[in-house]
Write a protein that binds this ligand. Structure first.
Ligand code: FES
Ligand code: MG
Length: 571
């Protein structure tokens, strides 16, 4: 075995090696520094990230596995992002978490890392960091919550909050009962139990090859999570001994497989920006066009909320990701390898579907051609996305006049006004919500429908936005429009009444005005006045350097890899 990276700190008998060892010898024996792998546990446990609050127990199992395999585990708390609390949106801090984790891995005597990810942004941030340092790494997805029930009905996190609050507004559920449902919804440790972003990214981490096959989707309270965490600790030591790095696992083939999985599970649209960002760290050429093309032929097999019926505990009971992959094996790239060294497609024959209501066989999919569609046109020259599986079929080809909102405040102020000039065919446009404009690209694209139309029974409308949409939401929503309004995209100059044409089959989103007309227009002062212009700190850095949705919303200077070498000593 080659010399460990950590030996650059710990080996020898000079003054610096003495310093490095001495401060670490609070319980660690002398032989901890004899050249055995030091494995960081990148731990996003935080009381403010309730979805990840159980990671200290997970880390304990990882430590036991690392010790058992002859390595030294070191707990490394890293920036943690809780989706429900962090303002203005956790997405603003994803790149900060990735950058901080990357630099702490690079700056410390670490040979490999176990990444503990759960809540939405934590898994992508950790994968981005590991990709850029390129030290041997694997992910333990923290797992979803158990299914809660309230008044006899299962509760899906996120998705059912809207339903219950509507029932309360309608008077069919009392305030007191509404409040009592809180602890029924969040029944256990773990992340949201719908097919939202957290569930999606845990499963995609496995499809990418970065998780022990079969682990992703294991509910957070399930004993098997701890068993697999122990095993992951052992495997991390093995990865270091074999020198198996993320760049060997996260290949173009791996991203291909992740896009196939994303479509088959009906995963969150947020996965698009996360996959693009992770690929960008590795120099893997993955484009929006690839995501459309690869996903286009994949059937939807998993019937989970928000679009479907079941929850993550049901998916796990039905067999988890592996049988889903088995059903679409012919669409997978067989060359991709996982952290275990085997190919993702190996041993899929053993994966069985235990409940065909939750996981449909390939012969009876919920929907054919279920991938996320990528649209372009004069309204989104660099692209936009829509999830047809979450949209109304009759709206996938639609023409309507624009009703434009210049900011989220503008939308809230006017959407329910009886005077709003809107009808069921109108296209609601919300701008100023992109990465740079908001800043941070919040999940606001699925705007509420105008009350007067709701009262007339309208349940869906075409909406267009440069922001994102929660993985727990649905509707005919064109999101991630690039370039965003704040970056000078044509969305900035659309006006009330402009005809907007959506044609998902043709993959286009256009505004039907004479050629050259958009170029002649100038953005309104209401739009410009609402765009973010932070004075200092991370927000300033972010607004100055964030890239657009079509390339993953990373910061321009974080694309690529710095590797694991640090030139200078600190003493
Ligand atoms: Fe953490 Fe939903 S709030 S996964
Ligand atoms: Mg979310």
């Amino acid at each position: 075995m080659a010399e460990q990276r950590s030996s650059q700190w710990y080996a020898g008998d000079d003054r610096n090696a003495y310093i490095h060892r001495a401060w670490m010898r609070r319980g660690l024996p002398r032989h901890a520094f004899d050249g055995r792998p030091h494995i960081a546990i990148a731990n996003t446990a935080s009381d403010l990230t309730p979805c990840n609050a159980h990671f200290d127990e997970v880390a304990t199992s990882v430590k036991q596995g690392v010790f058992e395999a002859g390595g030294i585990p070191v707990n490394m708390p890293v920036v943690s992002l809780g989706e429900t609390l962090v303002r203005p949106t956790a997405m603003l801090w994803r790149n900060m978490a990735a950058m901080a984790t990357e630099e702490m891995l690079r700056g410390n005597p670490i040979d490999g890392v176990v990444l503990l990810g759960g809540c939405d942004k934590t898994t992508p941030a950790l994968l981005m960091a590991a990709a850029s340092v390129n030290l041997p790494a694997l992910v333990i997805p923290g797992g979803p919550m158990l299914t809660g029930t309230f008044r006899g009905t299962p509760l899906g996190c996120g998705t059912d909050v809207w339903r219950l609050s509507e029932e309360t507004r309608a008077g069919t559920l009392s305030r007191e009962q509404f409040t009592r449902s809180e602890s029924a919804m969040i029944r256990s440790r773990g992340h949201c139990n719908t097919m939202g972003t957290a569930s999606t990214m845990g499963l995609l981490a496995e499809a990418l090859g970065m998780v022990i096959p079969g682990l992703a989707g294991t509910p957070a309270p399930d004993s098997r999570l701890l068993e697999a965490s122990h095993e992951s600790g052992r495997l991390a030591v093995e990865l270091v001994r074999r020198g198996r790095r993320p760049s060997e696992i996260l290949t173009k083939a791996a991203f291909h497989n992740a896009v196939v999985a994303l479509s088959a599970i009906g995963g969150s649209t947020n996965a698009v920006v996360h996959l693009l960002a992770i690929a960008g760290r590795l120099g893997v050429e993955l484009t929006l066009a690839d995501i459309d093309r690869i996903g286009a032929e994949v059937p939807l097999l998993v019937d989970l909320q928000p679009a479907g019926r079941f929850l993550m505990e049901d998916l796990h009971r039905a067999g988890g990701l592996r049988p889903v992959l088995r059903e679409v094996r012919d669409l997978l790239d067989p060359t991709a390898r996982t952290v275990t060294g085997s190919r993702l497609v190996d041993d899929l024959d053993d994966a069985e579907i235990w409940d065909v209501e939750v996981i449909r066989p390939r012969s009876a999919p919920i929907r054919e051609q279920a991938g996320i569609a990528v649209l372009t046109g004069n309204l989104a020259p660099s692209g936009a996305v829509i999830k047809p599986a979450a949209a109304s079929p009759e709206l996938l080809r639609h023409r309507g006049r624009a009703v434009v909102f210049d900011s989220i405040e503008d939308m809230h102020a006017r959407i329910d006004s009886p005077d709003l000039d809107v009808d069921a065919d109108s296209v609601l446009v919300l701008r100023g919500c992109g990465p740079r404009g908001y800043p941070g690209m919040p999940e606001v694209a699925n705007m509420p429908l105008p009350r007067k139309l709701l009262e007339r029974g309208v349940r869906d409308m075409v909406r267009v936005c440069d922001g994102r949409m929660s993985g727990t939401a649905y509707g005919t929503v064109v999101l991630h429009v690039a370039p965003e309004a704040a970056a000078g995209g044509p969305l900035a100059v659309v006006r009330d009444g402009d005809p907007i044409v959506l044609d998902v089959a043709a993959r286009t989103i256009t505004v039907d005005v004479p050629p050259g007309e958009l170029d002649r227009r100038r953005p309104s002062s209401a739009l410009l006045g609402g765009l973010a212009d932070p004075r200092r700190g991370w927000e300033r850095l972010y607004v100055d350097h964030v890239m657009q949705a079509d390339t993953g919303v990373d910061l321009d200077f974080l694309v690529g890899s710095s590797g694991d070498q640090v030139a200078r000593e600190s003493h």
